[in-house]
Design a protein. Structure first.
Length: 215
């Protein structure tokens, strides 16, 4: 075959390959651009997770069950009133979240502290604790077995740890626990998790993305 024909064939083949590649990349780019992307500090579940039945008591001595987390957005986190640092810092951050959302005319989800220390956290003590940060905040406690059941259902870890004395005893112990937030949708199902570090502005932004993904 003459050389000029070879060159022509090479050019044609190259053009076809380039066109094919360009078309493929073009459709791939369009597909990616059309997909809604919600990047939060945590994870939005593709399928909301059902929360199994539980029976606890809130800080006003009222029964608190899965019915109390339906028909509204809720944000749960696990902690305890004797927590020296993480829990009060978290509640302070959530107080800022409430303030920011109020300023933006947004509805704050109900904020729920699930006590992992029912031995010390009575409804009365929880009421004093959460009310110090925000009177609308809710604290729930109850039988350890019920708390453990709820924690296991939500993938939350907690365990007694050594206190200031270096030992675990009735008067001196700490609690190791998961610090993530669990976001529950109005169906009473887990919609998302928010992980540390917790920042008020970022939480407000992420809650907006989570709500938008639900609607």
């Amino acid at each position: 075959m003459p050389e000029n024909k070879n060159n022509t064939l090479v050019v044609i083949i190259s053009a076809v390959i380039a066109l094919s590649a360009g078309t493929w990349f073009g459709f791939d780019y369009i597909e990616v651009k059309q997909q809604p992307v919600a990047q939060i500090q945590g994870a939005i579940l593709p399928n909301a997770k059902t929360i199994k039945k539980f029976t606890l008591t809130d800080n006003k001595n009222h029964l608190f069950t899965q019915q109390n987390i339906k028909n509204k957005w809720s944000l749960l986190f696990f902690g305890y009133t004797h927590c020296p640092d993480v829990c009060p810092t978290t509640l302070n951050t959530l107080q800022q979240v409430d303030r920011l959302m109020t300023q933006k005319n947004l509805t704050t989800p109900q904020i729920i502290l699930v006590s992992i220390d029912p031995q010390r956290d009575t409804p009365e003590i929880l009421d004093q604790y959460v009310s110090y940060f925000n009177k609308a905040f809710i604290g729930i406690t109850g039988e350890l077995s019920e708390i453990q059941k709820l924690a296991d259902n939500l993938g939350v870890y907690f365990k007694k740890a050594a206190g200031a004395s270096g030992d675990i005893n009735a008067d001196d112990y700490a609690m190791d626990h998961t610090s993530s937030f669990i976001v529950v949708n109005p169906d009473g199902k887990v919609a998302a998790f928010l992980t540390q570090p917790h920042n008020a502005e970022r939480i407000v932004e992420d809650l907006g993305l989570i709500v938008a993904s639900y609607q």
